[in-house]
Design a protein around this ligand. Structure first.
Ligand SMILES: [Zn+2]
Length: 312
């Protein structure tokens, strides 16, 4: 029932509603999930409050401190107060790890197809198009050859901002090819891992990537070549159950979440209280699954030392 029906016949009619023109919103790139969307307010010396533009500040998930994005960028996305390691893009990691102008990308022409005709809230093709636009990547990994402090190596870096770095056919194929190409060139391989797991949009095709990548690593190992796996937050499920856990040396960033099934699923299945620190890199270091935990700012020099140590 609206107001028109309840109004007496001689009562004044309400002014007709005027539709205000819709404001045209500027288009912004999608900010990472850990960025704060609310505008913080800054108090100036005169005591007046002024708005700070969106996307300038990020709240630290470790200590709650508000940090400027510029400070985070200068600090390799690590909180200077509590050393919390923020999610980083593959391009940023490449810049921090590889010697300048040494990276030659390979297999960048591979892109996913919608083999299952997957339809959910949005189709797989819509998802791919969205993430290709927001990240500038073709899929969730970049791969190629580079030098790390002069040591030549095969390198692949996963990017969590592309569909949670889920492992589909393209991720599996690019990882497999960089391992196989490194075997052929008699080079070590370093994989910087991050993933929520297999890509459900590709069903069984994503699961078979586990066997394919593991097989390539077995042949790389038979050739006497080293593989260093670097775990970042989070490295989970099918990726951790295949190539991420097969490193001759497994290095992790501090406090990275590493595991197979999520903690809630394990708790509900086993009906047991999980120990403190369960599925953290530190917990797994104590139990021998991880060889070392390395601060992001020391990652390049550590990888170079390891390659040197293994005669690469
Ligand atoms: Zn912090």
């Amino acid at each position: 029932m609206n107001s028109k029906e309840t109004a007496a016949p001689d009562s004044p009619q309400p002014a007709p509603a005027v539709e205000s023109p819709r404001p045209v919103l500027p288009s912004h790139p999608i900010p990472p999930a850990d960025q704060v969307f609310d505008k913080p307010r800054e108090v100036t010396s005169s005591g007046k409050k002024k708005d700070i533009p969106i996307g300038v500040w990020t709240r630290c998930k470790g200590c709650g401190e508000m940090l400027t994005n510029m400070l985070l960028d200068e600090n390799q996305k690590v909180c200077p107060k509590c050393q919390y390691h923020f999610t980083a893009r593959a391009s940023e990691r490449l810049e921090w790890l590889a010697d300048e102008d040494s990276f030659e990308e390979v297999d960048d022409n591979l892109s996913s197809v919608d083999a299952l005709g997957f339809k959910g809230v949005s189709s797989y093709i819509e998802k791919l198009t969205h993430y290709q636009k927001s990240t500038g990547l073709v899929d969730a990994v970049i791969s190629g050859f580079c030098k790390i402090d002069g040591h030549k190596t095969g390198l692949a870096i996963m990017d969590f901002s592309f569909l949670g770095a889920s492992m589909g056919s393209v991720v599996g194929e690019r990882i497999t090819r960089i391992i196989e190409k490194s075997t052929k060139k008699k080079l070590p391989v370093i994989l910087i891992n991050a993933s929520g797991g297999a890509r459900m949009y590709e069903g069984m095709l994503s699961l078979m990537q586990m066997a394919k990548t593991s097989g390539a690593l077995a042949r790389h190992a038979q050739a006497g070549l080293p593989y260093i796996s670097v775990l970042t937050n989070p490295t989970m499920a099918g990726v951790m159950a295949s190539y991420a856990s097969l490193g001759d040396i497994i290095v992790s960033e501090p406090q990275a979440m590493v595991g197979f099934a999520g903690a809630r699923v394990i708790r509900e299945t086993t009906r047991e209280k999980l120990p403190a620190g369960f599925q953290t890199a530190e917990f797994l270091l104590d139990r021998g699954l991880i060889d070392m935990i390395v601060h992001r700012k020391k990652m390049k020099s550590t990888l170079a030392n390891l390659l040197d140590f293994m005669g690469c």
